[in-house]
Write a protein that binds this ligand. Structure first.
Ligand code: AMP
Length: 505
């Protein structure tokens, strides 16, 4: 089966029903099938050949979706780019993917052989022949390239195939969205280039509409959710924080105007305070997804009914058809409460990294297990608890400190809205736990440090807390601890500052 087959069948089955909605613009299932066929023909008519990479740098909206699925039908390989990235990052990805074409709103960040301004799409579609565009591709050939978050080193692209995409749809339909009906509605408020994009196909195949909000704000989200009676949505943790802080959210929820059945979230750790507040305001709709570009959104999930107070720090249980194992450095499978690296295997995982055989060999072993780089443990009920990224673990005085645990303790302070914890080199301790926080009101760093005393063992407590105006985040809202650390280090170098130890470990 090909992705285009699903679109064609949905076009026949749900013809006049709305498939895509963005503001006042509505595209029916039959129209979506026809638009993607025509654009597929038009792309091939420009001289592109199956297997060629086509980058897309577009705002969150219907055009992007039409482009993505036209590429699927025409055998081309989609490279979604996020407009919030810098020109430099975008140029790197265009070059690295060896894109032959770029569909772009605005200026192209790097030269490509074929540039297609988004404004040309209507005429390309109008001039193209009718009839199915149906380039069959090997199920293991690249369908799309997804760049990793780039929280460490240069971004790498993972190669996802038709096989992995269909497996992802399976995972979603079995574990996350088992009750989809034609009157279900998915609200895309996060970038469709990332996590939210994985929700299109499961909704499409069941005849449900996908509504896109071009730019997230709590107000825009609430308006669309009420107007369209959205039943599912996807957010990254920062968006949930913004949503629950807004008094309009509680008002909308208590008025009964929200129809949300699933608010899926993931992509980064969430502070338990934010999550609990979300549940208090919006009810038992939260569904956590843990995944990574190498295993898109589907390693484990924590279902709404599993969000009990003692389990809010868990990442959930493996999806039904996904294998997950925790292993030590020697590759032995670990049991309850033993800490090691999380591994996952299944048809939805990446085929390989694009043009990076060494990185592929490091990440995906001969048995098909993907080494996630995340450190975790199982609890006695089979829930996975993530401690942190392997590379972010701080070793202070010989003890492992997981920055996430320290960040969680800081976030419990009423004035702290964001926190990033890093290790800086230290003569005495090896590494010194250091925190940068953003506060809601004026706050005293020493008081915040003191606040951690009851919550954290001495070796985990930040030796220094700095108050920053904002913390660096990636375009999808991931905290960039590496960047925090780099800034602290370069400042320390500049000042030639000598650190005074505080003897509280
Ligand atoms: P990316 O490949 O950019 O999507 O980043 C994936 C990484 O984000 C994972 O390896 C985790 O470290 C982190 N992550 C994703 N989902 C979660 C989650 N639900 N809880 C905690 N961390 C997460």
């Amino acid at each position: 089966m090909q992705i285009g087959d699903l679109i064609r069948r949905a076009g026949r089955q749900f013809g006049a029903a709305p498939a895509l909605v963005e503001g006042e613009r509505v595209v029916t299932f039959a129209e979506f099938d026809a638009l993607t066929d025509r654009l597929g023909h038009a792309l091939l008519a420009r001289g592109l050949e199956p297997g060629d990479r086509v980058a897309a740098l577009l705002p969150n909206g219907i055009d992007g979706v039409v482009v993505y699925y036209a590429l699927a039908k025409s055998g081309l390989v989609r490279v979604p780019l996020n407009a919030r990235e810098t020109r430099h990052e975008l140029a790197f990805k265009i070059e690295d993917s060896q894109a032959r074409a770029l569909v772009v709103a605005g200026d192209a960040p790097a030269p490509v052989e074929i540039t297609i301004p988004v404004d040309d799409l209507p005429s390309m579609i109008a001039d193209a022949p009718d009839g199915p565009c149906d380039v069959r591709r090997d199920p293991d050939a690249p369908l799309r390239l997804a760049y990793t978050g780039g929280t460490t080193g240069k971004p790498k692209a993972v190669v996802l195939t038709t096989r992995s995409e269909l497996a992802e749809v399976d995972n979603f339909l079995v574990d996350l969205l088992p009750n989809l009906r034609p009157d279900s509605v998915m609200l895309h408020a996060a970038p469709i280039t990332h996590g939210s994009g994985a929700f299109f196909l499961p909704h499409l195949v069941k005849g449900a509409a996908n509504v896109i909000v071009p730019k997230f704000s709590p107000a825009a989200f609430l308006e669309a959710a009420q107007k369209h009676r959205a039943t599912s949505t996807f957010m990254v943790p920062t968006m949930i924080g913004m949503l629950v802080e807004d008094p309009a959210t509680a008002a909308a929820a208590s008025s009964g105007d929200l129809a949300l059945e699933r608010l899926c979230y993931g992509g980064a750790p969430i502070a338990t305070t934010v999550l609990q507040r979300g549940i208090d305001v919006l009810g038992p709709v939260f569904t956590q997804l843990y995944g990574q570009a190498e295993a898109p959104l589907a390693i484990t999930c924590l279902q709404p009914w599993e969000h009990t107070p003692e389990r809010l720090t868990a990442a959930g249980k493996p999806y039904t058809f996904v294998e997950v194992d925790i292993r030590d450095a020697e590759g032995r499978s670990l049991g309850v409460d033993e800490v090691g690296e999380v591994l996952t295997r299944g048809p939805h995982t990446m085929d390989r990294y694009w043009r990076r055989p060494e990185a592929t060999a490091e990440t995906k072993d001969a048995d098909g297990w993907v080494h996630t780089g995340d450190i975790g443990r199982w609890d006695a009920e089979g829930y996975l608890h993530l401690l942190d990224r392997r590379h972010d673990v701080i070793i202070s005085g010989g003890f492992n400190v997981y920055p996430r645990e320290v960040e969680d303790a800081l976030l419990a302070h009423p004035a702290v809205v964001e926190a990033a914890v890093v290790g800086l080199p230290d003569e005495k301790w090896g590494e010194r736990v250091t925190a940068a926080v953003v506060t809601r009101t004026d706050a005293d760093p020493e008081e915040i440090r003191g606040f951690c005393t009851d919550r954290l063992a001495g070796f985990k407590r930040p030796k220094t807390v700095e108050i920053w105006a904002e913390l660096p985040t990636s375009p999808v809202g991931k905290s960039l601890r590496r960047e925090v650390r780099d800034r602290m280090l370069s400042r320390a170098e500049l000042a030639g500052a000598r650190h005074e130890d505080r003897e509280d470990a």
